[in-house]
Design a protein around this ligand. Sequence first.
Ligand code: AAO
Length: 461
Amino acid sequence: EYTDPHCNGKQVIVHLFEWKWTDIANECERYLSHKGYCGVQVSPPNEHTIITKEYPRPWWERYQPVSYILHSRSGNEAQFKDMVQRCKAVGVRIYVDSVVNHMAGMGRQGTGTAGTHFDSDAYSYPTVPYSREHFHDDCPVNNYGDPNNVRNCYLVGLSDLDQSKEYVRNKIADYYNHLIDIGVAGFRIDASKHMWPNDLEAIQAKTKNVDGGGKALFYHEVIDQNDGAIKVNEYYDLGLVTEFRYCQKIAWGINNFGQLNGVVDYGWGMSKSDRALVFVDNHDNQRGHGGGGNLLTHKNPRNYKMAVAFTLAYNYGFTRVMSSYGFQSTDQGPPHNADYSAKDVTINADGSCGNGWMCEHRWNPIGNMVAFRNKVAGTDLNNWYDQGDVVAFGRGNKGFFAMAKQGHAQLQLQSGMPGGSYCDLVTDCKKKINVDGSGRVSVNIDNNEEPIIAIVVDVFT
Ligand code: AAO
């Protein structure tokens, strides 16, 4: 695992995609801090375009910056500051999805969510300010085999900033430092693949230390599926890298348990564990927007729960859990009010969410596995077992995990754990599991929607 030094050993962040700042602050206090989540990846907080042309207020309007003013669909600067402080007060960090490769799409102009003006064809962003000399020439990214094309041209027509310019580096670093001053712990770097590592290194060098000392956590979005010129290891010195191949491997593995042993074998060139940001799906590929292939998402809940629970129990990478909203159209923005502001996240009596929010991060096989991953961090994988549709393994002498696609009665296995009666995390402790003095465990896995069991030290009945 990669242990972000600011997370006190906690191992999991959650992407609360398109949530408003007020709802995130509430979720930190009422749920995330109790479950041991390290932090939240929030949607881009900077001023962005207001798009109605192709679709009424698509989610992707937030990936077209107009300025670095902290006023977006999720709220204003005061609400953002309140969220950061309230989450931090309960030990939950905020990681900002930062869009610094580009500004708005060519052919767009008008005012952004903070009411400031822009005109992309004129390269006019007066609020930053950026003008023509701060952008690359307008060529399309159309050859992923050529690093110069990928990094010096326009991704899907988005006006491409030239981060080799000291002025541009300073503007981006100022944005990062403003957020660090507010108390943010790190950043997702959007479209990192489209920026030169040495430019990114120069920008990161200009950032302040975060509270608690040391640099912010930077994790870079680099889609590397072994089919382009740009490789994840080019970014290893800059922080973590998103490992998109894992999304496909875990989907295949859940469809064929025999493939789960050594699921991250390095034959696929996957990021080494201490640099990998690992996830089952993300906001793009859950809707076919990049990093494709056959994937598991909340739309296939039984297999998705097994995939995420396995990912949190396994010993690879620093993990990010996706938290979505229901959608029919792949362009559809968050559940919204008449003015297209995101609807409040409501919490039902059973702990699930209402108003169209999916809240996968609250499902027992996911939310309760965060404590498992935190407790077993640093331990090895042992007692691996996979026969037919059953997979099980231990983590040091701290934890034991098993899943069975058709359920399984009377499974006798070695857990590696001390004897005792343990709470099954997946049933939120309704099921107790005994480990005898020699570490043997006898489990019955029900053939239901969550055919999984997980036990961990310090969580006893
Ligand atoms: C919107 C409109 C556009 C319009 C544009 C500007 O959709 O028609 O031209 O505005 O006006 C998001 C949306 C975009 C949206 C954009 C701006 O997805 O549709 O454009 O906001 O509003 C590449 C990048 C990667 C990027 C991904 C979407 O490398 O960084 O495209 N992701 C991030 C964000 C994303 C956001 C942006 C970047 C822009 O997460 O939400 O876009 O800020 C290959 C390459 C990948 C490449 C994909 C693109 O992947 O390797 O690098 O990602 O193609 O589809 C297999 C292959 C794999 C391949 C994949 C394709 O898996 O193995 O190599 O298939 O799915």
